[in-house]
Design a protein around this ligand. Structure first.
Ligand code: PAZ
Length: 354
């Protein structure tokens, strides 16, 4: 196998798995059947009500190093992009399958995250006045601080409306293996919606994994000094997603880089390889206020070898000014633009709409 050189001089020596080989050798998560049954039921309901459905993936995946897992590889994603976007899709009338890393942020409850806005801090305990004639006193009341009421009412009303409408289905994953099996199963089911389904793949998915067959059963011992682990490459899952699992879905993937100069070339490379509709590029440190949509200019441009990349693809930058408007969320604009593009695509019947 070729060993591609990485920019920092390291090399990858593990095996590269095809999707077929991956699913033939790695076991499905125990909850898969149950999750698929929930997805089928959800999709049938949305179909009846003629709603478009978006699959939002969110948060990071883990790569366990042992079967009895004590240690694992993880990444930074808190699930902010996915949870925030899910809310805007719901607001735009979509039904949402929210496939997220267990304990990462979720739509609605994200506003009251224990680290940034702990809900206990905006509740007060109010002692009722003690009636002079009676010895028994009523229990204290819990009240919401006036400064928090407007926002809480807004979030709670939206949350309750979504619950009543039954337009949000939540699925969880932890490992990259859970994620891959779930993504395949859900995308295969979403085929029933034809062009009415959108994929919004914002999860930060590991590029490397340790196959079950190579994992230590028990906790890796430290007695031998340093630890060397050779990981294999996770299959490029967008290829079968586009070609086999969901032939009509409108597919949006995300590309995260820390070297801004790589964003557009890597996004174009992904479009050329997988043939999907949009890559949203974001730089790690600028992702809250700047993203770039990269998409093919025409249905044939991605497979036209004579065309230069800049002629085949186009970029649209979205930026918000957080100094002027500190409460603005860039996901509002990302989702509005995707809803527009998906609508054109559904109406126009073309595989690619910029
Ligand atoms: O979860 P978060 O809001 O902190 O980060 C979102 C993100 C940067 C993980 C997402 O926008 C993204 O780029 N996901 C794909 C990452 C990748 O595999 O390239």
């Amino acid at each position: 196998m070729a060993t591609p050189a990485l920019p920092d001089g390291d090399t990858v020596t593990g095996e590269s798995f095809s999707a077929d080989k991956y699913f033939a050798t790695q076991p499905p998560p125990p909850s898969l059947e149950h999750d698929v049954a929930r997805v089928k039921e959800f999709l049938q309901r949305q179909l009846k009500e003629q709603r478009k459905v978006v699959l939002v993936t969110s948060g990071g995946t883990t790569v366990p190093l042992e079967l009895n897992v004590v240690r694992f590889l993880d990444n930074f994603s808190a699930g902010t992009r996915g949870a925030t976007s899910a809310e805007y899709f719901l607001k735009a009338g979509y039904a949402v399958i929210f496939m997220h890393r267990q304990f990462s942020l979720q739509p609605f409850s994200r506003h009251y995250s224990h680290s940034t806005h702990p809900f206990l801090d905006f509740l007060d305990v109010t002692e009722p006045p003690t009636p002079s004639s009676s010895s028994s006193s009523a229990p204290p009341d819990i009240t919401v601080r006036p400064s928090e009421r407007v926002q809480l009412l807004e979030v709670l009303s939206a949350y309750k409306a979504v619950q009543r409408a039954g337009t949000l289905l939540t699925l969880t994953f932890v490992t990259v293996n859970d994620y891959l099996w779930l993504l395949r199963a859900v995308s295969q089911e979403m085929g029933v919606l034809g062009r009415g389904c959108l994929f919004y793949l914002a999860a930060a998915v590991s590029d490397f994994f340790l196959p079950r067959q190579k994992m230590s059963v028990h906790k890796i011992q430290s007695g031998k000094g340093s630890l060397h682990i050779e990981m294999d490459q996770v299959p490029k899952i967008l290829k079968p997603l586009v070609d086999e699992w969901t032939r009509e879905g409108y597919i949006v993937s995300f590309k995260l880089e820390t070297d801004e100069g790589l964003l557009i070339p890597k996004a174009r490379q992904a479009l050329a390889r997988y043939g999907h509709q949009v890559v949203i590029g974001n730089d790690l440190h600028r992702r809250k206020f700047e993203v770039v949509f990269v998409s093919p200019k025409s249905p044939h441009s991605a497979s036209e070898p004579s065309q230069s990349p800049s002629a085949a693809y186009e970029e649209t930058w979205l930026r918000i000014d957080l100094e002027q408007n500190p409460h603005k969320e860039i996901e509002e604009d990302i989702v509005a633009e995707l809803v527009r593009r998906h609508g054109l695509w559904v109406d126009g019947g073309a595989r690619t709409v910029a």
